[in-house]
Design a protein around this ligand. Structure first.
Ligand code: ATP
Ligand code: MG
Length: 441
């Protein structure tokens, strides 16, 4: 993509309304535009990041055996009346009436609708386990939308829902999502720690919030430092092997970890003092087993091996991709701007032409640009007439992992400069080897 043709509205000044670093940097880097309270448009650079985050989420959901669907954002109130949640949900739910005076709502979550899909088609235990997910916009009329896309009213959520014959099956389904989440956040360059969460009237211990540590987090968290070095399951984890998956979950739930809501002072004092980590955290995912809470009132049952009808045992599993885009920035930035991990970067490389209009600079840049694109690299080519200083500042601000700097002096020596955004390290590379230096994606 040529920067001269790209909508990248960079802000030089810090926007006053932004309280936290990710919100500031997302506005300054032209990723998002606020449209109203807690409502944002995703501009081209931001949209690329959001898509890359979603892609990782999707790959890991699929790997763990979940199947992608897409449900509407606007729902009929009828299903919610059936489950008994229509009145309970309160003011966070945006309630709408259509032209026929039918009660509708903008979905804050989808348990009811997915349960309705399930009961329409699945009748036998032989069709279980089943896990259906979608990545769809949600609306919650948050009391205090703030911190940009971190806590907005309209936000993107991946929500998965598992259906099993009994608790044992539901627990195995829960464990698969637990492990999928460890992999998902790690692939985005994040260290997410699973923390016991409140299960309310459901009871049991099958509810975890996945929290990343960041000074701007909304909750206070307490955890054992061992979490920082626990091995994250690789691609080869066998999601068909319940015992293997359960083993990973036990390892990742053994050390102490809790948010302030669940914090237990007695258990905390048993953690050796030098292993105690108190910090702020951002919730990026939440998994929850709730048994027959919806399947019973909504009569979603299957025939079991015993010939009897059983209400299915369910769980739900959320991740916020739009919040993640901000959370990744909270975890990875410096004074000059964002530092994208390669896996979610909007482009791989910023190609900086220091002297646009100079025939040699233009020619070499054109060649490098074409070569990198042919090898599957995503390149943002700065072919604008800005001065070099401004170009460097933009490249640092938007945080692409690599910068290739092309200027007349280098060209005279047959080389260009390559800078790593994260480390600041620079190397000179002979012009003919640039494409090879980056290899295929
Ligand atoms: P929170 O405690 O932060 O309000 P929640 O418990 O309401 O979160 P869930 O209902 O479990 O969240 O939603 C699943 C995921 O959706 C969360 O882990 C988070 O990543 C994301 N999410 C929830 N609310 C918002 C919001 N207002 N803005 C952006 N992302 C959100
Ligand atoms: Mg909430």
């Amino acid at each position: 993509m040529r920067l001269s043709r790209y909508l990248l509205p960079i802000l030089k000044e810090n926007p006053r309304e932004a309280e936290i670093i990710s919100h500031r940097l997302m506005l300054r880097a032209g990723m998002i535009r606020q449209q109203g309270a807690g409502s944002f448009s995703w501009l081209p650079l931001g949209k690329r990041v959001l898509d890359r985050v979603c892609r990782i989420v999707r790959e890991e959901q699929n790997r763990a055996g979940a199947q992608e669907i897409l449900m509407p954002t606007i729902q009929s109130a009828d299903l919610w009346i059936e489950s008994g949640r229509y009145d309970d949900y309160g003011k966070e739910m945006l309630r709408i009436t259509d032209r026929h005076e039918r009660k509708m709502l903008y979905g804050p979550t989808n348990e009811e609708m997915v349960t309705d899909i399930f009961r329409a088609y699945v009748k036998s235990y032989k069709d279980l386990p089943l896990n259906l997910y979608h990545i769809q916009w949600k609306f919650r009329d948050e009391v205090r939308p703030r911190f940009g896309v971190m806590r907005s009213r309209e936000f993107l959520m991946k929500d998965a829902y598992s259906f099993d014959l009994d608790f044992e099956g539901a627990k195995a389904a829960y464990n698969r999502m637990f492990v999928a989440y460890l992999r998902t956040f790690t692939r985005m360059g994040l260290k997410a720690i699973p923390m016991r969460a409140d299960t309310g009237p459901i009871g049991g211990d099958l509810s975890h919030e996945f929290i990343i540590l960041a000074s701007t987090g909304e909750s206070e968290v307490f955890c054992h430092k061992d979490f920082l070095d626990l091995p994250v399951p690789g691609e080869n984890v066998d999601f068909g092997n319940d015992a293997e998956v359960a083993g990973i979950v036990s390892e990742w739930t053994a050390p102490y970890a809790a948010t302030d809501e669940m914090h237990d002072e007695t258990a905390w004092t048993e953690v050796p003092e030098d292993k105690r980590l108190t910090a702020r955290g951002i919730e990026v995912g939440h998994i929850f087993h709730f048994g027959t809470k919806y399947s019973e009132p909504m009569k979603a049952s299957v025939t079991g091996p015993d010939g009897q009808e059983h209400f299915v045992s369910m769980g739900s599993y959320g991740i916020g991709p739009s919040r993640l885009a901000a959370a990744i920035i909270e975890a990875s930035h410096d004074d000059n701007g964002i530092i994208w991990p390669e896996s979610v970067a909007p482009f791989d490389i910023a190609l900086i032409n220091m002297k646009v209009g100079d025939p040699e600079c233009d020619r070499i840049c054109g060649e490098i640009y074409g070569g990198l694109q042919n090898s599957g690299r995503e390149v943002l080519y700065d072919d604008t007439d800005q001065r070099p200083g401004a170009k460097f500042a933009t490249a640092d601000l938007i945080g692409l992992p690599w910068q290739i700097i092309v200027g007349p002096r280098g060209i005279a020596n047959g080389e260009v400069e390559v800078k790593n955004r994260a480390t600041g390290e620079r190397e000179t590379v002979p012009i003919p080897s640039v494409a090879d230096r980056f290899g295929a994606r």
